[in-house]
Design a protein around this ligand. Structure first.
Ligand SMILES: NC(=O)c1ccc[n+]([C@@H]2O[C@H](COP(=O)([O-])OP(=O)(O)OC[C@H]3O[C@@H](n4cnc5c(N)ncnc54)[C@H](O)[C@@H]3O)[C@@H](O)[C@H]2O)c1
Ligand SMILES: O=C(O)[C@H](O)CO
Length: 318
């Protein structure tokens, strides 16, 4: 039986399906694999089902030499923790789970947008602490969402699903910035020629690009200065797409109005300065956290792994 490593506990449905086919080791730990553990796994297993943060970088492939592993079947669409070029050189397939994550992640973007605009987590904290003294016409006034302009940065699968929700659900005007021309945004939407133009046009900015060398700190201090001072910033992509200290400074100095975040630069570390701010909504990377979504992601990852270990190209090879 082929030996596989699953680097986090997955839903039972996925583990049962994996165990029916393979000799499975499941790592009972939520911390990512470090470089040494990743290199060791490449030498020990025929296939690996890793997830975000597991350090399959160039050093790990150097350490592993000619690996036994045939595939890194990533659980998740974002694979910025894997050096796909080094993997290809070492003869290791890399696959991901596009599509399975799209709607759930767009839903979390909308959750953040609405919660942040309407000060929902601040209000919930006050209510829970017994601090609500009664309804008042000028109490806890937030930002009205319906009819406003949203700028989506990265108009791919998730960006388009967010645009759909904004357009059909909230009558919003949609603009977007994408590195290539998007012929079919799916809703009436204007592609802006530059990031600056998109940021400057919007009441809400939602970031949905992949994490990569190219997008590292795409949103920096200048980007926040390009936004309206009433603007609300949402990030569901990867933490390091945003310069976190610059975001904290922009929030503290009222360069922008508020932010809603699902991802952070050094997860699970969330800076104290960010946690101290009332005008932020902070979620613990919940984008795909729904059982059926995680089951679908797991089954998709497993299909990729099975294909590679049967000597075929995985359906979702990156
Ligand atoms: N918070 C979560 O739990 C969660 C869940 C799923 C995905 N994600 C993140 O969302 C990302 C996007 O997923 P997707 O399925 O929509 O991917 P996708 O590839 O369909 O879309 C990404 C879009 O970004 C564009 N893009 C890439 N680099 C760019 C740049 N430098 N400037 C402007 N546009 C750029 C691409 O052209 C593409 O249109 C994933 O890579 C992952 O990091 C997060
Ligand atoms: O990239 C992804 O799919 C998410 O961040 C993990 O669920």
């Amino acid at each position: 039986m082929k030996k596989i490593l699953i680097t986090r506990i997955l839903p039972d449905k996925v583990l049962d399906a994996a165990r029916a086919k393979f000799d499975v080791t499941v790592r009972d730990d939520v911390t990512p694999l470090n470089v040494n553990e990743a290199a060791d796994a490449l030498q020990t297993y025929d296939g690996i089902l890793p997830t975000l943060g597991d350090a399959f970088d160039a050093t790990c492939f150097e350490q592993a030499g000619k690996p036994r592993c045939k595939i890194l079947a990533n659980f998740g669409v974002g694979y910025n923790h894997i050096d796909a070029t080094a993997a290809a050189k070492a003869g290791v397939f890399v696959s991901n789970t596009p599509g399975a994550v799209t709607d759930a992640t767009a839903d979390i973007a909308m959750t953040l947008l609405l919660m942040t605009a309407r000060r929902a987590s601040e209000g919930e904290r006050i209510t829970r602490a017994g601090g609500w003294k009664g309804w008042g016409p000028v109490q806890m006034l937030g930002t009205h969402v319906t009819g406003k302009t949203v700028a989506i940065i990265g108009m791919g699968r998730i960006g388009k699903a967010i645009a759909k929700r904004c357009h059909y659900g909230f009558d919003m005007n949609v603009v977007f910035y994408n590195r290539s021309i998007v012929q079919e945004p799916g809703v009436p939407a204007e592609q802006m020629p530059t990031l600056e133009a998109a940021l400057g046009a919007a009441d809400f900015v939602v970031v949905a690009v992949p994490g990569s060398k190219e997008t590292h700190h795409l949103i920096d201090g200048n980007a926040f200065r390009d936004m309206k001072s009433t603007g609300i910033f949402i990030n569901i992509s990867r933490g390091d797409v945003v310069d976190e200290p610059a975001l904290i400074s922009a929030l503290q100095n009222k360069v922008i109005h508020a932010a809603g975040l699902d991802v952070y630069e050094q997860e699970p570390f969330v800076p104290e300065a960010l946690r101290a701010l009332d005008n932020v909504t902070l979620l613990p990377h919940l984008g795909t956290a729904a059982l059926e979504v995680r089951e679908n992601m797991g089954m998709m990852a497993l299909d990729n792994l099975i294909a590679a270990l049967d000597g075929k190209a995985p359906p979702n090879k990156v």
